[in-house]
Design a binder for this molecule. Structure first.
Ligand code: GLV
Length: 328
């Protein structure tokens, strides 16, 4: 591998950095701050690099790629890559890697954490206790919705949607899914989920959980029209991308009672500004995009991102490449 400089846009877990640092030909430049580099800083730092390890916070667009003529690999430490202009990368035959599979279970676990927290008002209860409002047990205090036996509608049925479905078996739920590319019969037996059209899921599910990538086709998939079809009192969980939901429509549905509650790991934008009306609502649980954030998953993601990077720098095919047509 020729001498190669790699910019890593934040301190990723140590195992990944160690893999990069273990290669004498690789010069590793790590952005040290908790906050990401600005777009200008990123453009500046990547200018003379052969590799970029990016995160979901980094906008990797055509002008940025054009400003980095020596770039040979973009390796994203995430499964989603909507922050990257894939067409621009592909046009210059630049392979882009991602980290699928290793965060599936952590993300599915967290979708369940949000679902349960929203249904049973866990975070609201915590706020209530800490504020000193808990004076006595009361029959109607913070009553929520039952999870077991309810119907779960999964919008998107890839790896993560299927993992969420498998967990629902333990709660005796009726699980149906909608998938943009159609039914996935081979995954139905293991998960117990069956295919349904989107409108059926919206109208009949007690819980809706989003598991689609953010693309032109899925931006604002859950808009005012979709929310008007939702079963009154349903709960929406989003661990996909904030842009899949029209947030103004979501706010309206949460205040009108169309939705009983929501559990969000992702918002649009991120971070959510402190004056966002969503933050005024008691019936929303919001997490700061941490669904893949188990120690194990993040370690595996960092390792995989480093492995993708090293393969690309050597001129080998990336083990996990989202634009394999660059090898055509
Ligand atoms: C996280 O959001 C990811 O796409 O991995």
């Amino acid at each position: 591998m020729p001498n190669s400089k790699v910019f890593v846009t934040r301190a990723i877990p140590a195992d990944g950095l160690a893999l990069l640092n273990g290669q004498s030909e690789v010069e590793v430049d790590v952005w040290p701050d908790m906050l990401p580099p600005t777009y200008e800083e990123l453009t500046q730092r990547v200018r003379d690099c052969a590799g970029l390890i990016s995160l979901v916070t980094d906008r990797v667009d055509a002008p940025l790629l054009a400003a980095a003529p020596n770039l040979r690999v973009v390796s994203q430490m995430a499964v989603g890559f909507d922050n990257i202009d894939l067409a621009a990368a592909t046009a210059r035959r630049l392979p882009v890697g991602n980290t699928p599979g290793v965060l599936t279970d952590a993300t599915a676990d967290f979708a369940w954490a949000l679902l349960m927290a929203a249904a049973r008002r866990v975070v609201e209860g915590d706020r209530f206790v800490r504020a000193g409002h808990w004076k006595a047990w009361h029959p109607t205090l913070l009553v929520g919705l039952e999870v077991h036996g309810a119907s779960l509608g999964l919008i998107g049925f890839g790896r993560i949607g299927q993992a969420v479905a498998r967990r629902a078996r333990g709660f005796d739920m009726r699980v149906r899914y909608y998938n943009g590319s159609g039914p996935v019969p081979e995954a139905e037996a293991a998960s117990g989920a069956t295919y349904a059209p989107l409108d059926t899921l919206l109208a009949e599910s007690d819980f809706l959980s989003l598991h689609v990538p953010l693309t032109l086709a899925t931006r604002h998939l859950i808009n005012a029209t979709a929310l008007a079809k939702v079963k009154r009192g349903a709960i929406l969980v989003n661990t996909a991308r904030g842009g899949v939901v029209d947030q103004a429509a979501l706010h309206a549905a949460l205040t009108s009672g169309r939705l009983a509650a929501a559990g969000l790991d992702v918002t649009d934008p991120e971070p959510l500004p402190m004056n966002s009306p969503l933050l005024q609502l008691e019936n929303v649980v919001i997490a700061p995009h941490i669904a893949s954030g188990s120690l194990q998953a993040r370690t595996r993601m960092a390792t995989m991102a480093a492995e993708n990077m090293l393969a690309g720098l050597r001129g080998d095919r990336l083990p996990y490449c989202v634009n394999p047509e660059v090898y055509g």
